[in-house]
Design a protein around this ligand. Structure first.
Ligand code: NAD
Ligand code: UD1
Length: 323
């Protein structure tokens, strides 16, 4: 049994990690400022974890949260590209200043390893597909710059202080518990939520924009494998966490519509600022060095995801609307 600290534990990926670790019998502590996360995501394990509402920039609080921790799974961030375009300073404070504060606390507390939720947005719009980790980065949005900056901080904390770190460049993660009700929510969550309400979602651009959509259980496995990987790979190195397959927004739209029996044709709007056109992962490095395998495919994951949103609506129609 190990002691884990999950930042952003009340968010989509953080709460899914917490459920997996509790199930395996680990000790789980978490912090979150509840800016986009919700304690509803932790309701069924709330008594099995310790949680503190805290901002990543809280120097004393984060220092105390790192005491006695073996592994940090660092998910806390303002996770939206368009939100960073709208508020670059605010997202920088959470994403970069918060991470630096966490790294200093982790170093001082002699945490064994930090696993960081990095982003495929670091690659930008380079035409070469699939994206490989050794390509030069080309961040387009403030968010992408922030996520990449933290990779460099993690590498520097290994070089300067010996703090072990692994950066998992998630491609688009989707699944149960992803917030659906904000214009900044992920596309699969938004489309599902709107179609359930019999509203027609808008596809930004021509519908041919594509992403390597990866079901959340695959990201959870990658985090757990990253904690167990030999020290030689925990030197601040970067790993793509995708599936190696991509789907266009048109495909996503009609797949969700099929699950929900929604017959409306999509609205098309202008492309979104800061957007990347295509994104596809080469996952060979993670497969070879972490033992990562994306077991859940897109269609299986999508089926489970849509079923989850439907079940949530059944449980509490109002809560689903308000989250
Ligand atoms: P999310 O918004 O559901 O979770 C982020 C959590 O961090 C939220 O609970 C939020 O309240 C919390 N948070 C934000 N700022 C904070 C701060 N300053 N202090 C404390 N807590 C703070 O998003 P998610 O999709 O679960 O993303 C988790 C991580 O994965 C993020 O770091 C994101 O950048 C990264 N990521 C996500 C994806 C994806 O497709 N979802 C892809 C690549 C990388
Ligand atoms: C997502 C993540 C980001 C992560 C990145 C890594 C979220 C909210 N964002 O960014 O944290 O670092 O993947 O790959 O999880 N779209 C529409 N209509 C909508 C909403 C979105 O057409 O109503 C389009 C967007 O313009 C974009 C695509 O869908 O082209 C995906 O958007 P989104 O889900 O926001 O994800 P990314 O911006 O790729």
């Amino acid at each position: 049994m190990a002691r884990y600290l999950i930042t952003g534990i009340a968010g989509f990926i953080g709460s899914t990690l917490a459920h997996a670790l509790v199930k395996q019998g680990h000790e789980v502590a978490g912090i979150d400022n509840l800016s986009t996360g919700s304690l509803d995501n932790l309701a069924d394990i709330r008594h099995q974890i310790s949680f503190e509402q805290m901002d990543l920039q809280d120097v004393a609080g984060v220092k105390s949260a790192c005491g006695g921790i073996d592994f940090i799974l660092h998910q806390g961030a303002v996770a939206s590209v368009p939100r960073s375009v709208k508020d670059p300073l605010g997202s920088h404070e959470s994403n970069v200043n918060g991470t630096l504060n966490l790294l200093i606390a982790a170093r001082d507390a002699k945490v064994r390893r930090i696993v960081y939720a990095a982003s495929s947005s670091a690659y930008g719009d380079q035409p070469t597909q699939p994206k490989q980790e050794d390509m030069p980065p080309l961040p387009l949005s403030p968010y992408a710059v922030q996520k990449l900056t933290c990779e460099y901080y993690i590498q520097s904390f290994f070089l300067a202080y010996g703090l072990e770190g692994i950066c998992l460049r998630y491609f688009n993660i989707f699944g149960p518990r992803q917030a659906a009700d904000s214009p900044y929510s992920g596309v699969i969550a938004q489309f599902t939520y709107k179609m359930m309400a019999r509203e027609t979602p808008t596809i930004f651009g021509d519908g041919l924009t594509s992403r390597d959509f990866n079901y959340v259980d695959n990201a959870v496995s990658a985090n757990l494998q990253a904690c167990l990987a030999p020290s030689a790979v925990a030197t601040g190195r970067v790993f793509n966490i995708g599936t190696g397959k991509s789907h266009t927004l048109n495909e996503v739209y009609f797949a969700i519509a099929g699950h929900l029996g929604f017959t409306g044709k999509p609205n098309y709007g202008p492309p979104r600022e800061g957007d990347i056109k295509h994104s596809l992962a080469d996952i060979n490095r993670a497969t070879k060095e972490l033992g990562y395998q994306p077991k859940a495919g897109f269609h299986e994951g999508l089926g489970k995801t849509v079923a989850w949103y439907l079940a949530e609506r059944e449980k509490s129609p109002v809560a689903v609307v308000q989250r």
